[in-house]
Write a protein that binds this ligand. Structure first.
Ligand code: HEC
Length: 319
Protein backbone atom coordinates (compact mmCIF):
# COMPACT_ATOMS: atom_id res chain seq x y z
CA UNK A 1 0.00 0.00 0.00
CA UNK A 2 1.66 3.16 -1.14
CA UNK A 3 -0.57 5.47 0.88
CA UNK A 4 -0.85 5.16 4.63
CA UNK A 5 -3.64 6.35 6.88
CA UNK A 6 -3.17 9.98 7.86
CA UNK A 7 -2.53 10.93 11.48
CA UNK A 8 -5.97 12.47 11.96
CA UNK A 9 -7.48 9.02 11.51
CA UNK A 10 -4.73 7.06 13.25
CA UNK A 11 -4.76 9.01 16.50
CA UNK A 12 -8.56 9.01 17.15
CA UNK A 13 -8.90 5.36 16.11
CA UNK A 14 -6.15 4.24 18.48
CA UNK A 15 -7.51 6.49 21.20
CA UNK A 16 -11.04 5.13 21.04
CA UNK A 17 -9.72 1.59 20.73
CA UNK A 18 -7.87 2.02 24.02
CA UNK A 19 -10.93 3.74 25.51
CA UNK A 20 -13.13 0.81 24.47
CA UNK A 21 -10.69 -1.80 25.78
CA UNK A 22 -10.48 0.05 29.07
CA UNK A 23 -14.26 0.13 29.46
CA UNK A 24 -14.43 -3.54 28.52
CA UNK A 25 -11.86 -4.76 31.00
CA UNK A 26 -12.57 -2.55 34.00
CA UNK A 27 -15.53 -3.87 35.95
CA UNK A 28 -17.31 -0.71 37.08
CA UNK A 29 -20.88 -1.90 37.65
CA UNK A 30 -23.70 0.04 36.01
CA UNK A 31 -21.75 3.20 35.39
CA UNK A 32 -18.96 3.48 32.81
CA UNK A 33 -15.49 3.20 34.28
CA UNK A 34 -14.66 6.74 33.21
CA UNK A 35 -17.30 8.04 35.64
CA UNK A 36 -16.90 5.42 38.34
CA UNK A 37 -13.13 5.84 38.58
CA UNK A 38 -12.06 9.41 37.76
CA UNK A 39 -8.42 8.27 37.63
CA UNK A 40 -9.24 6.71 34.24
CA UNK A 41 -9.88 10.19 32.85
CA UNK A 42 -6.31 11.04 33.74
CA UNK A 43 -5.16 7.79 32.17
CA UNK A 44 -6.95 8.57 28.91
CA UNK A 45 -5.52 12.06 28.83
CA UNK A 46 -2.09 10.51 29.24
CA UNK A 47 -2.78 8.05 26.42
CA UNK A 48 -3.88 10.89 24.17
CA UNK A 49 -0.76 12.89 24.92
CA UNK A 50 1.48 9.87 24.31
CA UNK A 51 -0.22 9.20 20.98
CA UNK A 52 0.30 12.80 19.92
CA UNK A 53 3.90 12.68 21.11
CA UNK A 54 4.53 9.54 19.05
CA UNK A 55 3.07 11.27 16.00
CA UNK A 56 5.28 14.29 16.55
CA UNK A 57 8.39 12.12 16.98
CA UNK A 58 7.58 10.10 13.87
CA UNK A 59 7.06 13.36 12.01
CA UNK A 60 10.45 14.73 12.97
CA UNK A 61 12.22 11.44 12.23
CA UNK A 62 10.63 11.53 8.80
CA UNK A 63 11.85 15.07 8.41
CA UNK A 64 15.42 14.18 9.35
CA UNK A 65 15.45 11.16 7.04
CA UNK A 66 14.09 13.40 4.32
CA UNK A 67 17.05 15.75 4.69
CA UNK A 68 19.46 12.85 4.07
CA UNK A 69 17.92 12.01 0.71
CA UNK A 70 19.37 13.05 -2.61
CA UNK A 71 17.52 15.61 -4.70
CA UNK A 72 16.07 12.92 -6.88
CA UNK A 73 15.08 10.87 -3.86
CA UNK A 74 13.38 13.88 -2.30
CA UNK A 75 11.35 14.40 -5.43
CA UNK A 76 10.24 10.79 -5.60
CA UNK A 77 9.42 10.79 -1.93
CA UNK A 78 7.29 13.93 -2.19
CA UNK A 79 5.48 12.55 -5.17
CA UNK A 80 4.56 9.39 -3.28
CA UNK A 81 3.61 11.35 -0.22
CA UNK A 82 1.37 13.81 -2.00
CA UNK A 83 -0.64 11.11 -3.63
CA UNK A 84 -4.12 11.65 -2.27
CA UNK A 85 -5.15 9.42 0.59
CA UNK A 86 -7.52 6.79 -0.68
CA UNK A 87 -9.75 4.24 0.98
CA UNK A 88 -8.45 1.50 -1.25
CA UNK A 89 -9.75 -1.39 0.81
CA UNK A 90 -13.17 0.21 1.21
CA UNK A 91 -13.37 0.83 -2.49
CA UNK A 92 -12.39 -2.75 -3.25
CA UNK A 93 -15.00 -4.06 -0.85
CA UNK A 94 -17.64 -1.86 -2.41
CA UNK A 95 -16.68 -3.18 -5.83
CA UNK A 96 -16.93 -6.79 -4.66
CA UNK A 97 -20.36 -6.21 -3.15
CA UNK A 98 -21.85 -4.39 -6.11
CA UNK A 99 -19.89 -5.70 -9.12
CA UNK A 100 -20.82 -2.65 -11.12
CA UNK A 101 -19.12 -2.09 -14.45
CA UNK A 102 -17.24 1.14 -14.79
CA UNK A 103 -18.72 3.54 -17.33
CA UNK A 104 -15.82 2.90 -19.69
CA UNK A 105 -16.68 -0.80 -19.86
CA UNK A 106 -20.46 -0.52 -20.06
CA UNK A 107 -20.18 -1.27 -23.75
CA UNK A 108 -19.62 -4.93 -22.84
CA UNK A 109 -22.98 -5.41 -21.20
CA UNK A 110 -25.25 -3.17 -23.17
CA UNK A 111 -28.31 -4.93 -24.66
CA UNK A 112 -29.41 -4.68 -28.25
CA UNK A 113 -32.80 -3.14 -27.55
CA UNK A 114 -32.98 0.47 -28.39
CA UNK A 115 -35.97 2.36 -27.05
CA UNK A 116 -35.85 5.69 -28.82
CA UNK A 117 -32.18 5.98 -27.99
CA UNK A 118 -32.51 4.61 -24.46
CA UNK A 119 -30.61 1.37 -24.05
CA UNK A 120 -30.49 -1.20 -21.31
CA UNK A 121 -27.51 -2.58 -19.36
CA UNK A 122 -27.41 -6.27 -18.47
CA UNK A 123 -25.92 -5.82 -14.98
CA UNK A 124 -25.44 -8.85 -12.72
CA UNK A 125 -27.49 -8.97 -9.55
CA UNK A 126 -25.54 -7.07 -6.90
CA UNK A 127 -23.80 -9.67 -4.69
CA UNK A 128 -24.86 -7.91 -1.47
CA UNK A 129 -28.46 -8.41 -2.53
CA UNK A 130 -27.93 -12.03 -3.50
CA UNK A 131 -26.23 -12.83 -0.18
CA UNK A 132 -29.10 -11.21 1.67
CA UNK A 133 -31.53 -13.35 -0.31
CA UNK A 134 -29.62 -16.53 0.59
CA UNK A 135 -29.62 -15.43 4.21
CA UNK A 136 -33.42 -15.14 4.21
CA UNK A 137 -33.66 -18.69 2.86
CA UNK A 138 -31.41 -20.02 5.62
CA UNK A 139 -33.41 -18.04 8.18
CA UNK A 140 -36.66 -19.40 6.80
CA UNK A 141 -35.50 -23.01 6.98
CA UNK A 142 -34.22 -22.61 10.54
CA UNK A 143 -37.46 -20.89 11.55
CA UNK A 144 -39.61 -23.55 9.95
CA UNK A 145 -37.76 -26.34 11.73
CA UNK A 146 -37.68 -24.60 15.10
CA UNK A 147 -41.27 -23.46 15.29
CA UNK A 148 -43.28 -25.70 12.96
CA UNK A 149 -41.43 -29.01 13.08
CA UNK A 150 -39.93 -29.11 16.58
CA UNK A 151 -42.34 -26.53 18.03
CA UNK A 152 -39.92 -25.02 20.50
CA UNK A 153 -42.41 -22.46 21.81
CA UNK A 154 -45.25 -20.34 20.55
CA UNK A 155 -46.49 -16.82 21.17
CA UNK A 156 -48.76 -17.82 24.03
CA UNK A 157 -45.95 -19.58 25.86
CA UNK A 158 -43.60 -16.68 25.23
CA UNK A 159 -46.21 -14.31 26.63
CA UNK A 160 -46.72 -16.40 29.74
CA UNK A 161 -43.00 -16.63 30.35
CA UNK A 162 -42.64 -12.87 30.10
CA UNK A 163 -45.58 -12.26 32.43
CA UNK A 164 -44.10 -14.70 34.94
CA UNK A 165 -40.74 -12.99 34.73
CA UNK A 166 -42.37 -9.60 35.24
CA UNK A 167 -44.30 -10.90 38.22
CA UNK A 168 -41.10 -12.21 39.76
CA UNK A 169 -39.51 -8.81 39.18
CA UNK A 170 -42.43 -7.12 40.94
CA UNK A 171 -42.06 -9.46 43.92
CA UNK A 172 -38.36 -8.74 43.99
CA UNK A 173 -39.04 -5.01 43.87
CA UNK A 174 -41.59 -5.22 46.65
CA UNK A 175 -39.06 -6.98 48.82
CA UNK A 176 -36.57 -4.18 48.45
CA UNK A 177 -39.22 -1.47 48.50
CA UNK A 178 -40.78 -2.52 51.81
CA UNK A 179 -39.12 0.41 53.50
CA UNK A 180 -41.02 2.82 51.31
CA UNK A 181 -44.06 2.51 53.57
CA UNK A 182 -45.14 5.39 55.76
CA UNK A 183 -48.14 6.10 57.95
CA UNK A 184 -50.32 6.95 54.96
CA UNK A 185 -49.53 3.86 52.86
CA UNK A 186 -49.00 1.18 55.49
CA UNK A 187 -51.24 -1.88 55.34
CA UNK A 188 -51.85 -4.53 57.95
CA UNK A 189 -49.31 -7.33 57.38
CA UNK A 190 -51.08 -10.64 57.93
CA UNK A 191 -48.08 -12.73 56.88
CA UNK A 192 -47.04 -14.87 59.91
CA UNK A 193 -43.38 -14.06 59.17
CA UNK A 194 -44.09 -10.34 59.49
CA UNK A 195 -46.14 -10.83 62.64
CA UNK A 196 -43.49 -12.93 64.35
CA UNK A 197 -40.84 -10.36 63.37
CA UNK A 198 -43.11 -7.71 64.87
CA UNK A 199 -43.55 -9.79 68.00
CA UNK A 200 -39.80 -10.08 68.40
CA UNK A 201 -39.42 -6.29 68.20
CA UNK A 202 -42.27 -5.87 70.67
CA UNK A 203 -40.87 -8.35 73.17
CA UNK A 204 -37.45 -6.70 73.21
CA UNK A 205 -38.47 -3.03 73.14
CA UNK A 206 -42.01 -2.50 74.27
CA UNK A 207 -42.85 -4.96 77.07
CA UNK A 208 -41.33 -2.81 79.82
CA UNK A 209 -44.20 -0.37 79.42
CA UNK A 210 -46.91 -2.30 77.63
CA UNK A 211 -46.27 -5.76 79.21
CA UNK A 212 -45.67 -8.91 77.23
CA UNK A 213 -49.34 -9.51 76.41
CA UNK A 214 -50.02 -5.83 75.65
CA UNK A 215 -52.23 -5.48 78.73
CA UNK A 216 -50.56 -2.22 79.68
CA UNK A 217 -48.34 -0.83 82.44
CA UNK A 218 -46.74 2.54 82.11
CA UNK A 219 -48.15 2.52 78.62
CA UNK A 220 -51.81 1.96 77.82
CA UNK A 221 -53.57 -1.32 77.15
CA UNK A 222 -53.06 -2.19 73.48
CA UNK A 223 -55.63 -4.99 73.34
CA UNK A 224 -58.86 -3.07 73.95
CA UNK A 225 -60.73 -0.97 71.46
CA UNK A 226 -59.90 2.27 73.27
CA UNK A 227 -57.11 4.31 71.77
CA UNK A 228 -55.55 7.55 73.02
CA UNK A 229 -53.84 8.34 69.76
CA UNK A 230 -56.15 6.57 67.34
CA UNK A 231 -56.47 2.91 66.37
CA UNK A 232 -56.06 1.17 63.07
CA UNK A 233 -52.81 0.26 61.39
CA UNK A 234 -52.12 3.78 60.08
CA UNK A 235 -52.53 5.57 63.43
CA UNK A 236 -50.61 2.89 65.30
CA UNK A 237 -47.80 3.08 62.75
CA UNK A 238 -47.76 6.84 63.21
CA UNK A 239 -47.71 6.62 67.03
CA UNK A 240 -44.85 4.12 67.05
CA UNK A 241 -42.91 6.09 64.46
CA UNK A 242 -43.49 9.59 65.87
CA UNK A 243 -44.08 8.80 69.55
CA UNK A 244 -46.91 9.72 71.93
CA UNK A 245 -47.75 13.04 73.55
CA UNK A 246 -44.82 14.92 75.09
CA UNK A 247 -43.82 13.77 78.55
CA UNK A 248 -45.90 10.57 78.54
CA UNK A 249 -42.98 8.27 77.93
CA UNK A 250 -43.73 6.85 74.47
CA UNK A 251 -40.76 7.91 72.38
CA UNK A 252 -40.51 8.17 68.61
CA UNK A 253 -39.12 4.86 67.37
CA UNK A 254 -38.35 5.94 63.82
CA UNK A 255 -34.67 6.37 64.70
CA UNK A 256 -34.44 2.81 65.97
CA UNK A 257 -36.43 0.94 63.35
CA UNK A 258 -36.77 0.93 59.60
CA UNK A 259 -40.25 1.73 58.25
CA UNK A 260 -40.71 -1.94 57.35
CA UNK A 261 -39.99 -2.96 60.94
CA UNK A 262 -42.40 -0.35 62.29
CA UNK A 263 -45.02 -1.78 59.95
CA UNK A 264 -44.31 -5.24 61.39
CA UNK A 265 -44.54 -4.22 65.02
CA UNK A 266 -47.61 -2.08 64.29
CA UNK A 267 -49.26 -5.09 62.68
CA UNK A 268 -48.35 -7.15 65.72
CA UNK A 269 -49.92 -4.53 67.99
CA UNK A 270 -53.07 -4.61 65.87
CA UNK A 271 -53.08 -8.40 66.03
CA UNK A 272 -53.14 -8.17 69.84
CA UNK A 273 -56.55 -6.50 69.58
CA UNK A 274 -59.27 -8.62 71.15
CA UNK A 275 -56.91 -10.88 73.09
CA UNK A 276 -57.32 -11.21 76.81
CA UNK A 277 -54.29 -9.99 78.76
CA UNK A 278 -53.56 -11.25 82.27
CA UNK A 279 -53.84 -7.84 83.93
CA UNK A 280 -55.62 -5.52 81.55
CA UNK A 281 -55.16 -1.86 82.27
CA UNK A 282 -58.32 0.19 82.41
CA UNK A 283 -59.29 1.66 79.04
CA UNK A 284 -57.78 5.01 78.15
CA UNK A 285 -58.85 7.26 75.31
CA UNK A 286 -61.86 6.73 73.08
CA UNK A 287 -63.36 3.84 71.24
CA UNK A 288 -61.83 4.01 67.82
CA UNK A 289 -64.00 3.40 64.80
CA UNK A 290 -62.36 3.05 61.43
CA UNK A 291 -63.67 5.96 59.35
CA UNK A 292 -63.14 3.92 56.21
CA UNK A 293 -65.10 0.95 57.49
CA UNK A 294 -68.40 0.15 55.78
CA UNK A 295 -71.48 1.65 57.44
CA UNK A 296 -72.91 -1.77 58.38
CA UNK A 297 -72.04 -3.19 61.77
CA UNK A 298 -68.41 -4.16 61.54
CA UNK A 299 -67.23 -7.73 61.83
CA UNK A 300 -69.26 -9.60 59.25
CA UNK A 301 -67.59 -8.72 55.97
CA UNK A 302 -65.06 -6.16 57.00
CA UNK A 303 -61.72 -6.43 55.28
CA UNK A 304 -59.53 -4.39 57.59
CA UNK A 305 -58.40 -6.39 60.58
CA UNK A 306 -58.58 -3.32 62.79
CA UNK A 307 -62.36 -3.18 62.59
CA UNK A 308 -62.71 -6.88 63.20
CA UNK A 309 -60.76 -6.51 66.35
CA UNK A 310 -62.90 -3.63 67.50
CA UNK A 311 -65.94 -5.88 67.37
CA UNK A 312 -64.07 -8.78 68.95
CA UNK A 313 -62.75 -6.75 71.81
CA UNK A 314 -66.21 -5.44 72.60
CA UNK A 315 -67.00 -8.92 73.89
CA UNK A 316 -63.81 -8.93 75.94
CA UNK A 317 -64.60 -5.59 77.49
CA UNK A 318 -68.10 -6.74 78.42
CA UNK A 319 -66.87 -9.89 80.11
C1 HEC B 1 -41.05 3.95 78.23
C2 HEC B 1 -42.31 3.24 78.13
C3 HEC B 1 -42.80 2.84 76.74
C4 HEC B 1 -42.17 2.05 75.85
C5 HEC B 1 -40.79 1.40 75.95
C6 HEC B 1 -43.07 1.92 74.74
N1 HEC B 1 -44.21 2.62 74.95
FE1 HEC B 1 -45.80 2.74 73.76
N2 HEC B 1 -46.67 4.01 75.01
C7 HEC B 1 -46.17 4.44 76.22
C8 HEC B 1 -47.01 5.47 76.75
C9 HEC B 1 -46.81 6.16 78.07
C10 HEC B 1 -48.06 5.67 75.83
C11 HEC B 1 -49.19 6.66 75.91
C12 HEC B 1 -48.73 7.88 75.08
C13 HEC B 1 -49.67 9.05 75.20
O1 HEC B 1 -50.50 9.03 76.10
O2 HEC B 1 -49.48 9.97 74.40
C14 HEC B 1 -47.80 4.74 74.75
C15 HEC B 1 -48.61 4.60 73.66
C16 HEC B 1 -48.44 3.66 72.68
C17 HEC B 1 -49.37 3.43 71.63
C18 HEC B 1 -50.66 4.18 71.41
C19 HEC B 1 -51.73 3.63 72.31
C20 HEC B 1 -53.02 4.43 72.22
O3 HEC B 1 -53.89 4.14 73.04
O4 HEC B 1 -53.11 5.29 71.35
C21 HEC B 1 -48.88 2.42 70.88
C22 HEC B 1 -49.51 1.80 69.64
C23 HEC B 1 -47.63 2.03 71.47
N3 HEC B 1 -47.39 2.81 72.56
C24 HEC B 1 -46.81 1.05 70.95
C25 HEC B 1 -45.54 0.84 71.45
C26 HEC B 1 -44.58 -0.03 70.80
C27 HEC B 1 -44.85 -0.84 69.54
C28 HEC B 1 -43.46 0.03 71.52
C29 HEC B 1 -42.15 -0.68 71.26
C30 HEC B 1 -41.53 -0.41 70.00
C31 HEC B 1 -43.70 0.92 72.64
N4 HEC B 1 -44.96 1.39 72.53
C32 HEC B 1 -42.77 1.18 73.61
C33 HEC B 1 -45.02 3.97 76.80
C34 HEC B 1 -44.08 3.20 76.21
Amino acid sequence: MSTKTPWWIRVPVLFFLIFGLMEYFIDSGDKPAIIEYPITQFFLLLVLMILIAIELILGSIENIMFQTLTEEGKERYLEAKNKKFEWTWAKNLMKKLTRTKSIEREQEIILDHNYDGIRELDNVLPPWWVYLFYATIVFGVVYLIRFHVIGEYDQALEYEQEVAAAQAAIQEYKKTAKDLVDASTVEYLSDPADLSAGEKIFQTNCVVCHTADGGGGIGPNLTDQYWILGGGIKNVFNTISEGGRDGKGMIAWKQSFKPAEIAQVASYVISLGGTTPANPKAPEGDIWVDPNAPAEPAGTESETPATEQVSDSTDVAMD
